[in-house]
Design a protein around this ligand. Structure first.
Ligand SMILES: [Cu+2]
Length: 124
């Protein structure tokens, strides 16, 4: 429970900073941070953390994302994230203009399930 509480606080504080909206759809946890943060137009690194229902990092998931604006079709960017260990995956994308972008994360978990989570990040 301690780990889960810390995770929620982290997500909430980051949400305030970056105007990110995300909905948890299951007990597993997919969380997202960006570099830079706050974002700016151009290349960005998306840092995805994947944990199982037990709160432990999941390293051998297959994590992919697709990226597009919420307000217009800019062409969907798709890529597979690279595992860095400790449940951390990174992938880059091009936020080519200011405004709201939808980041859809798909994680194929080692036990066979697939988890999806959408985030909206704002490029100010
Ligand atoms: Cu646009």
């Amino acid at each position: 429970m301690f780990v889960i509480a810390v995770g929620l606080i982290g997500v909430m504080s980051w949400k305030v900073k970056s105007s990110v909206l995300g909905a948890t759809t299951n007990s597993e946890v997919i969380s997202l941070t960006t570099d830079p943060n706050p974002l700016q137009p151009g290349q960005a690194t998306f840092i995805i953390n994947v944990r199982g229902a037990d709160g432990k990092p999941v390293d051998n998931a297959t994590v992919s994302f697709d990226l597009n604006m919420t307000t217009m079709n800019m062409g969907t960017q798709r890529a597979t994230a690279t595992s860095q260990g400790k449940g951390r995956y990174i992938v880059t994308g091009n936020l080519s203009m200011q405004g709201p972008w939808r980041v859809r994360i798909t994680a194929s978990m080692p036990e066979g399930s697939t988890k999806n989570k959408d985030f909206v990040v704002n490029v100010p």
